[in-house]
Design a protein around this ligand. Structure first.
Ligand code: SF4
Length: 322
């Protein structure tokens, strides 16, 4: 397993020093498709439990209620294609969100090809599917997506409007935003229904100038639809974000304790994206893919002691290979 050791400031566990993510442990699951709470989806499908991209704002630990250090462990639902094949024959047909909880195109997928096999089954059965990732490995499967019947498959990459120097703090191991923007353009150019999802918009981190640049790039890339969703503070997200931001942005870390600020600034950022889309002729949809029906859960931020530099999850040079 590869992991970031905050006491040494080094990645541990592989000879090159470049993290390739945790080794996936194989697990089996009796069900493949789960009911989805997301708007527009009948089912969710997640080939992996855990995520090597290790975003500090990730909601997934709260969804799966597993609070081991995020990004240091991974389970692959190794028999998922077989289970899915059976369910596609027996369950009522409905739209599937692929990667609703964890990224389906994290590094382990390159060798395991679980997501690819599931996608082939879904498209082969003619079921509608929507896929989201932060990894450019999704480009590998454009051949499958291009073969889907018209109007049944769409894909998107998420962005957060985070300034480049802060990306290593909040989304250290996903593909860099510029790579995601290039992937969006490539996919749209191939005629596949492609959307961009600004999520989460992080109060105190997401930057209007960066949002302007990213929306402007999208407008020239052929991407037609844009969605946006502000940070939803819940569970341990606050503590993880504070740990990530504490050294470089201590004021921003402190402001995250103010739930009123988090809500109002998050909404302001969403309206900023809405206006930028209007300015650039892009369709903005606040109710788009992967947006939950209920935006905020009850949450009372606890005052979290700001960690020292040796305890913060600072990654100096964000490595990635997906
Ligand atoms: S890529 Fe998605 S699932 Fe993975 S850590 Fe980041 S937000 Fe969570």
């Amino acid at each position: 397993m590869t992991f970031f050791d905050p006491s040494t400031g080094q990645w541990q566990g592989c000879a090159s020093g470049a993290p390739v993510g945790p080794r996936a442990a194989a697990v089996s699951s009796r069900r493949a498709l789960g009911p989805s709470r997301l708007v527009g989806f009948a089912y969710s499908l997640n080939p992996y439990r855990g995520c090597a991209h290790a975003c500090s704002y990730c909601y997934s630990p709260e969804v799966i209620r597993d609070y081991r250090p995020w990004g240091t462990w991974l389970q692959a639902r190794i028999d998922l294609p077989r289970t899915l094949a059976r369910e596609l024959r027996t369950l009522p047909r409905g739209r599937i969100g692929l990667g609703t909880v964890t990224d389906p195109y994290q590094p382990a997928e390159e060798g395991l090809r679980l997501t690819r096999r599931c996608l082939a089954l879904i498209i082969g059965a003619g079921w509608p599917v929507s896929v989201q990732s932060k990894g450019t490995l999704m480009l590998r499967d454009l051949d499958l997506l291009a073969s889907a019947p018209s109007g049944t498959a769409d894909i998107g990459w998420s962005l957060s409007g985070t300034p480049p120097e802060l990306v290593p703090l909040v989304e250290p191991l996903g593909a860099p935003p510029q790579r995601r923007l290039a992937a969006l353009a490539q996919t749209a150019a191939e005629g596949i229904d492609t959307w961009a999802y600004f999520a989460p918009l992080i109060p105190g981190v997401s930057d209007e100038g960066v949002l302007q640049d990213q929306v402007s790039t999208l407008a020239t890339s052929g991407v037609k639809r844009v969605f946006a969703d502000p940070l939803r503070m819940r569970g341990q997200i606050h503590a993880r974000l504070v740990a990530a931001l504490a050294h470089e942005l201590p004021q921003a870390a402190r402001r995250l304790e103010d739930l009123g600020f988090v809500r109002s600034e998050g909404e302001r950022l969403r309206q900023t994206v809405r206006q930028l889309c209007a300015d650039h002729g892009l369709t903005f949809d606040a109710e788009g893919p992967f947006v939950e029906a209920s935006p905020f859960e009850a949450f009372s931020p606890q005052r979290v002691p700001l960690p020292s530099r040796s305890e913060s999850f600072l990654v100096q040079e964000p490595p990635w290979d997906s």
